[in-house]
Design a protein around this ligand. Structure first.
Ligand code: SF4
Ligand code: SF4
Ligand code: SF4
Length: 292
């Protein structure tokens, strides 16, 4: 099929009258009680950025130049995970001790009810019952709904790749976990800022730390309730909003994204048309190289 015929077929598909209400959003998430997570204790982190390096190494991303990892100037700007770094560490002023900045590692939170999964119309993102949220390149059509939906602004897009760009985000080192290994960042962390384990046990550990050192910690485990709970959990010595975390309610974000998506589908464009158009864009992109 050439491009013209494809677009013609897409146009026919656009007129197909499939009622939007017949299309269901992703199934309700089924998660194990024993699902795993990581507790990030920001009061211990020293900002060495070994985790950034190990994450890149584990995912075949460039770790060069090596000397950059000891360069403290990087903390002058607040960074976000991107297509070249699935996790980054940022530094914040510590009101309790100005000589001792607060270092905060950022990556996908592996939400229990992920908005990115709900927003993805082709089910290219999966919440595994064991905890991780992963992305499948063979399913993704590059619509970037997941980027818009994520309450933590995590998924990144390879804008610099003209052909078959990927959505990039922390995959919780799922392949390493299947081999019985720790996530690369957890394994390398020299201060045990990162504790890997069953989420329910991590919550107990976090509560215990808060109870034993109430002056050290604020009484809040970030991720215990936010957006329905997340696999990655955080402890800090001050309000998380001061550490660039968004203020979130405990309602799962998918409820919001599903409403938005269904609203679009019901009043603007039928899903089959959206599939056809997005599929067309993907088809054209994939065939671009053949014409050049
Ligand atoms: S943090 Fe964002 S990208 Fe990660 S699982 Fe949650 S919604 Fe998805
Ligand atoms: S769990 Fe794996 S992918 Fe996620 S930040 Fe750590 S090293 Fe990177
Ligand atoms: S490796 Fe550990 S101590 Fe070093 S920056 Fe990462 S989380 Fe912090």
């Amino acid at each position: 099929m050439d491009r013209r015929n494809f677009l013609k077929a897409a146009a026919i598909a656009c007129t197909a009258a499939i009622p939007a209400k017949d299309l269901k959003a992703n199934e309700k998430f089924k998660i194990d009680e024993d699902r795993v997570g990581v507790l990030v204790d920001t009061t211990i982190c020293i900002g060495c950025r070994n985790c950034e390096w190990a994450c890149k190494k584990a995912h075949n991303l460039s770790t060069e130049p090596l000397e950059k990892y000891s360069n403290r100037e990087v903390f002058e700007n607040k960074r976000r995970p991107n297509n070249k770094a699935l996790t980054v560490v940022n530094q914040f002023y510590n009101p309790k001790n100005s000589q001792l900045p607060i270092d905060v590692k950022v990556q996908c939170m592996h939400c229990d009810e992920p908005a990115c999964v709900s927003a993805c119309i082709v089910h290219a993102i999966t919440k595994h019952k064991e905890g991780p949220v992963t992305w499948d390149s063979t399913m993704c059509i590059g619509c970037r709904y997941c980027m818009v939906a994520c309450p933590f602004q995590i998924p990144a897009f390879e804008y610099d790749k003209a052909l078959q760009p990927k959505i990039m985000k922390c995959d919780f080192c799922i392949d390493r976990q299947k081999e019985g290994k720790l996530p690369a960042c957890v394994e390398i962390c020299p201060t045990e800022t990162l504790t890997f384990g069953k989420r329910k046990d991590l919550i107990e550990i976090a509560r215990d730390r808060i109870k034993r050192k109430p002056n050290r910690y604020s009484n809040h485990i970030l991720g215990e309730h936010e957006v329905g709970g997340t696999s990655w959990l955080y402890l800090a010595g001050q309000d998380f909003s001061k550490l660039d975390f968004p203020k979130l309610v405990s309602d799962p974000a998918p409820g919001v994204t599903e409403s938005i998506q269904h609203g679009i589908f019901a009043y603007f464009i039928p899903p089959i048309a959206l599939y056809a158009l997005l599929g067309g864009i993907m088809w054209i992109n994939k065939n671009k190289s053949g014409e050049e």
